[in-house]
Design a protein around this ligand. Structure first.
Ligand code: NAD
Ligand code: G3P
Length: 342
């Protein structure tokens, strides 16, 4: 069945998703605020600022008419950075009807209060058909047809099946999960650890060290997420360990690059300016460290990074924070009995 889809956001991820769905013969409009970008995509089939090497499907329609784009669509993907997500969702709320499906692809927290993007979507009074798309999805790799897997998370089967129908392709495979909280938290939290790994890479640490950081990052992020209702098993999937590996090891990740640039002597402000695209991990770090303190959650890597970025602590103290401290179990979600005998 041919669907009408709207993607909100003119950045790299919104553009690759819109392009996949247009290639799948769905009617796709991509809403963006920048008129010049709209014109460029419609006239040349290129989004040169965000995806310069990816020619786009000729039927993909870029638009700055938000009202028309929403009214004409049965499914809306929101690919707006977390900083502006709530503001854009408030604009579309009056246009929503109970049959519309809403998908967040944004990996971050609301900077104004501790909540996820799907919480913002759920506040609309019209539709509760809501899902979260997350996984190891570096947009620039997807754009050139690298084999990629992602996860659609929603308790609602219709939502999951719709997203699979819209996005599946010979190079893009979508898996299902009902643990929306786990998938969404995994996607947001891993950005913190991508910054840590970028820093570690700039310090030229060995592979033992890098593996330890990535694995302890997984322990830390799943500890946080389980406290807020996630299933720890979700962290074994693509949205958990999968995305953590991709983002913690790839120079294509903006968060990793923030860490690498700081580790190479730049300030946080210089790193953000040089990248020129959203790096969600910085805001996520602020929100998560505050919540971890409030709830007594042990997160030495996040706390160490926060001290380094916001309180000018020394780089070495970040990794030092992982080497001391009380937490002694390798796998925390094994039962107490297993830990005793394992
Ligand atoms: N790029 C990736 O590889 C990737 C992959 C998976 C998920 N994501 C997530 O997707 C989200 C979007 O990322 P991206 O990579 O597309 O970002 P980006 O930096 O490439 O682009 C952001 C886009 O949002 C637009 N925007 C910002 N504020 C706006 C506002 N108030 N109104 C309208 N438009 C606004 C910008 O103009 C820009 O077009 C992020 O949360 C990111 O974590 C990104
Ligand atoms: O470029 P980043 O660091 O925002 O990462 C992009 C995606 O989240 C990778 O899955």
């Amino acid at each position: 069945m041919k669907h009408s889809v709207c993607v909100l956001g003119g950045g790299s991820f919104g553009t690759v998703l819109a392009n996949i769905m247009a290639n799948n013969d769905h009617q796709v409009s991509q809403w963006m605020r920048n008129e010049q970008q709209v014109e460029e995509i419609n006239l040349t089939g290129l989004n040169s600022r965000y995806l310069p090497n990816a020619p786009l499907h000729q039927e993909l329609l870029a638009t700055s008419n938000l009202e028309q784009a929403i009214r004409e669509s049965d499914t809306v993907f929101v690919s707006i950075p977390s900083k502006s997500f709530e503001q854009v969702v408030q604009r579309i709320e009056p246009l929503l009807t109970e049959d519309k499906i809403l998908i967040s692809t944004t990996k971050g927290f609301n900077p104004n209060r501790f909540e996820l993007m799907s919480d913002i979507l759920r506040r609309n009074p019209a539709t509760q058909k809501i899902g979260v798309l997350s996984g190891p999805n570096l947009a620039k790799e997807i754009a050139v047809g690298q084999i990629t897997g992602s996860v659609i998370a929603s308790p609602d089967e219709e939502v999951r099946l719709r997203v699979i129908e819209l996005l599946k392709s010979p190079t893009f495979r979508i898996y299902e999960n009902t643990d929306s909280t786990g998938v969404e938290l995994a996607g947001a939290l891993k950005n913190i650890y991508a910054i840590v790994c970028g820093l570690a890479k700039a310090m030229k640490v060995g592979e033992n060290t890098m593996s330890m950081i990535i694995t302890r990052s997984l322990a830390e992020m799943s500890r946080f997420a389980v406290h807020f209702g996630a299933n720890p098993m979700t962290f074994l999937g693509l949205a958990g360990v999968g995305d953590l590996i991709a983002t913690c090891t790839s120079p294509l990740s903006r968060n990793y690059r923030v860490g690498f640039l700081i580790g190479s002597g730049k300030t946080l402000e210089q790193a953000i300016e040089e990248i020129g695209e959203v790096a969600e991990g910085v805001n996520t770090l602020r929100m998560v460290v505050t919540e971890a303190e409030k709830h007594g959650l042990y997160m030495p890597l996040a706390e160490g990074l926060s001290k380094l970025l916001f309180e000018k602590a020394k780089l070495e103290s970040l990794i030092g924070s992982m080497m001391t401290g009380g937490q002694k179990w390798d796998v925390e979600f094994a039962t107490k009995e297993e830990n005793k005998h394992g």
